[in-house]
Design a protein around this ligand. Structure first.
Ligand code: ADP
Length: 373
């Protein structure tokens, strides 16, 4: 019973028995064919030799017996040798195949137990067959899972970190109020309100981020006038620029073609870029919003004369929670999610978003493109 169960459960045994069955069938066929064919062949040859041998019935019988013996001996020997060789080969082949499958199985078990760094060792120099391909694809799958898990852990760490700062401030203010260290006056409550605003912003940004990353933000694509959108956004932010003492300028090419976009989402991207430009440009600086068209896209560029970005930060600026200088940006209330959302939204429209900066103190420029309607 247990032998039968073992047989059913082990690929190596199954392969081995398959080879064994093939050898057995081949042996039976060989012996049967020899048995059936041998007397006829012998009769034929004997008839051909009858003239030389004369009529000797006993000699004929002797000859037949010896010939039969010799044939069975040589066929038996060949079958024996072939069986030993074939069995050795079958053990080798079935071991090789089943060992890779076995390694895949063990690795899968370890990954299921949470060891995402598990990989199957693959002999690089060897030609890979389908079983080898299985191991390679398995490793690729494991690497993808590993990346997802790392990102998940990073996300939890980042979210916890981001929540901690405003919560600690609120707790500090509250304790100060209770202990009577802080005066119970509007300015204190205003600070608490600012921190809760920050928390609220963070939570809604996170919600938005998870939606855009999952690709479940429905876009209502319609022909949208980019010049109207730019004018609109600039007008909306004008007062904040005036208050900070930063000049905001628009340079839109005349008769821009309409783009195929979700107007609200596009406004969100533009507001984020112009808002950042304002945030990272000190008083006395200048922000320019340009818009122009190429064959298939309308391009918008928001450039500023602000603090600029170090070259090493540029490639990761659109990663979530990435801030060029954590302490500096946090003071301004940023969480490093805005650009990630902007990139997802632009890409969902079929466009691209890029950043350039000559370095610290050299200003920055962000540009995105949206397909023409
Ligand atoms: P945040 O909410 O922190 O502004 P973003 O995703 O919008 O998040 O931006 C990520 C980081 O990119 C910012 O923290 C800042 O370091 C950098 N950054 C964005 N825009 C500018 C800009 N115009 N000038 C300089 N640095 C910028």
């Amino acid at each position: 019973m247990s032998l039968l169960r073992d047989l059913r459960r082990h690929l190596g045994w199954k392969l081995f028995l398959t080879y064994f069955a093939i050898i057995a069938v081949a042996g039976i066929v060989l012996i049967t064919a020899a048995e059936l064919h041998m007397p006829l062949a012998f009769e034929r040859h004997l008839a051909a030799m009858a003239t030389e041998m004369g009529d000797a019935a006993t000699l004929e019988q002797d000859l037949f017996r010896n010939f039969r013996q010799a044939t069975i001996e040589s066929v038996g020997l060949s079958i024996g040798a072939a069986t030993v060789l074939a069995l050795a080969l079958s053990v080798y082949v079935s071991r090789r195949i089943s060992s890779t499958v076995r390694r895949v199985m063990l690795a899968a078990r370890r990954i299921a137990a949470g060891h995402y760094d598990e990989r199957i060792r693959i002999d690089e120099d060897r030609e890979v067959d389908e079983v080898g391909q299985l191991a390679i694809h398995f490793n690729q799958m494991a690497a993808a899972l590993d990346r997802i898990e790392t990102r998940r852990q990073e996300l939890i760490g980042n979210v916890a970190h981001e929540l901690r700062t405003p919560l600690t401030s609120i707790k500090g203010y509250m304790e100060g109020l209770i202990d009577g260290v802080l005066p119970a006056e509007p300015a204190t409550f205003e600070r608490i309100r600012m921190e809760t605003d920050r928390l609220q912003r963070l939570v809604s940004d996170l919600q938005e981020l998870s939606r855009v990353e999952a690709g479940i933000v429905p876009l209502e694509l319609r022909p949208v006038s980019m010049s109207a959108l730019v004018a609109n956004t600039v007008e909306h932010l004008e007062t904040q620029f005036v208050e900070k003492g930063v000049v905001l300028e628009t340079q839109a090419a005349p008769r821009l073609p309409r783009v195929r976009a979700d107007e609200d989402r596009l406004r969100q991207v533009l507001l984020n870029l112009v808002g950042n430009a304002l945030q990272y440009t000190p008083a006395g600086g200048r922000v320019i919003v340009r818009a122009w068209a190429s064959a298939e896209f309308v391009h918008v560029e928001v450039s500023d004369t602000g603090i600029g970005i170090l070259p090493e930060h540029l490639p990761r600026l659109f990663d979530r929670f990435y801030r060029e200088d954590h302490s500096r940006s946090r003071a301004g209330g940023g969480s490093g999610i805005g650009l990630t959302i902007a990139r997802h939204l632009v890409e969902a429209h079929g466009g691209k978003i890029t950043v350039h900066s000559a370095g610290l103190g050299q200003g920055s420029s962000f540009a995105f493109s949206i397909p023409i309607a």
